[in-house]
Design a protein around this ligand. Structure first.
Ligand SMILES: [Zn+2]
Length: 160
């Protein structure tokens, strides 16, 4: 079963800073992946996320997920370097990775909760492990999206 396709207007609000990069070609790819559509909707609907940031100068070649710190009152958010959005495949790869972090570090995210416990207990090995676990989940999210694109007719998903 597939959910409704996303449209460009689904990238207003929290994705407004990168909306201009959501081309028809990018939307076509995004809409072939239930995992990515769900990740976009989850980020939009999470009341503990802030607007995605388009980084045009500091680190235009990098993308990050900035987790919310317990007790800080801050929201979590992703930053996307403009040079990572050069084509639709790159855009899908970067979004799936950073939103993959959000899936486990967003509200009540299992990695967030584990990291907070590790930090509170000053267990630095566990703290490092929680960071690596988040990277693993993000890489897995991108692999899932690549598989869904391959299953829906994209060739050359090895570019991921
Ligand atoms: Zn990562």
């Amino acid at each position: 079963m597939s959910t409704l396709a996303l449209t460009r207007s689904d990238f207003s609000d929290k994705f407004a800073n990168i909306q201009s990069y959501i081309t028809p070609a990018a939307l076509d790819l995004i809409n072939r992946s239930e995992t990515l559509k769900e990740a976009v909707r989850r980020y939009q609907d999470d009341d503990k996320t802030a607007d995605a940031v388009l980084d045009t100068s500091k680190e235009p070649n990098a993308a990050t997920h900035r987790p919310r710190r317990e007790g800080s009152g801050n929201e979590d958010f992703i930053t996307v370097g403009k040079d990572t959005l050069g084509n639709s495949i790159d855009l899908v790869r970067v979004l799936s990775h950073e939103l993959g972090h959000h899936a486990v570090e967003g509200i009540d995210g299992i990695v967030t909760n584990g990291r907070n416990l590790a930090a509170a207990g000053r267990n630095f090995d566990a703290l490092v492990d929680s960071c690596l676990l988040s990277e693993g989940y993000a890489a897995l999210a991108t692999a899932r999206v690549a598989k869904e694109l391959l299953d829906r007719g994209l060739t050359g998903a090895d570019q991921f």
